[in-house]
Design a protein around this ligand. Structure first.
Ligand SMILES: [Ca+2]
Length: 285
């Protein structure tokens, strides 16, 4: 169960290598020079914190998105799921509880409405984006993890915990295509919360404090973003992993939060000057 993860102390130690599938070994066993790897075009980025905002520490964040000054958040767990909306860092002005058996997951705004996924209920809920009132439910064919909207392509991008991003019709959620996400040629699984920014897709990798930027035309990861420990040890002890990415429209900044995090962080991306992974530290409770 995704929410049952109780050992975040181990998460920061997960390296890129640890997340790669077994095929990595295969490529290492080839004769030297047989298929020399090409230089990586993946940028290594990290973040600067612009400001820190409060976040509901009881919110098991599963989806985060911002539109027209309103921050939308979908929170999970059966019997505790909800959707909320309001100015960032304030008590939400709107909140709708989602009773069992539904377990809410990602959300995305599609103009005057929004879609909210469920994890294993095979249901997607369409809501009024202003009032959050439920408009309809439709069947959803896979596990629901992340979702974001690319208006210029008239499509939704969804994740299901694998390395596949699925493109969907924004009105019907029917599949219109898919792509396998790869990092240096290897499929990258556990894509979770998504954020569409123009033609690019950002995804955090469950269960890590790591975000990748994906070119959805090719599936290739173009940037590997290391998120340093954002919570102090006491806060992290009561929290779970990072799982919320919301681009702030009109800026190059993002809001980041996580499951049961007491804070939301407004951040901007910057190049990582040290070698990737070298300064990744274990976090102690
Ligand atoms: Ca998002």
């Amino acid at each position: 169960m995704r929410a049952a993860l109780t050992a975040p102390v181990t998460l920061l130690a997960l390296s890129t290598t640890a997340l790669l599938p077994a095929c990595t070994t295969q490529s290492q066993s080839k004769e030297p020079g047989a298929h020399a790897p090409s230089p990586s075009n993946v940028k290594h980025l990290t973040i600067d914190i612009v400001r820190t905002l409060p976040h509901d520490p009881t919110a098991l964040t599963q989806g985060l998105e911002m539109a027209h000054g309103t921050l939308y958040e979908s929170t999970g767990l059966t019997g505790h799921s909800a959707i909320s909306a309001g100015p960032p860092g304030t008590t939400p002005t709107h909140r709708v509880k989602i009773p069992a058996p539904l377990y809410a997951e990602g959300l995305t705004i599609t103009g005057p409405t929004l879609w909210q996924l469920t994890w294993q209920n095979h249901i997607a809920i369409q809501r009024d984006a202003t009032t959050l009132t439920e408009l309809r439910r439709i069947p959803y064919d896979t596990e629901g993890w992340g979702i974001c909207h690319q208006p210029r392509h008239n499509r939704l991008v969804t994740s299901d915990g694998t390395s596949t991003l699925t493109f969907r019709n924004p009105s019907t959620l029917k599949k219109t295509g898919s792509i396998t996400v790869t990092l240096n040629g290897h499929p990258l699984p556990r894509l979770n919360e998504l954020e569409c920014v123009n033609d690019l897709v950002y995804a955090n990798i469950w269960p890590t404090h790591r975000i990748v930027r994906i070119n959805p035309k090719t599936g290739q990861v173009t940037a590997d973003i290391t998120i340093p420990p954002l919570l102090n040890p006491t806060e992290q002890h009561h929290a779970d992993v990072l799982n919320g990415i919301a681009a702030i429209p009109g800026t190059n900044q993002f809001l980041l939060t996580g499951k049961w995090w007491p804070k939301t962080f407004q951040v901007r991306l910057k190049p990582q000057t040290a070698q990737p992974g070298r300064h990744t530290k274990r976090q102690t409770p």
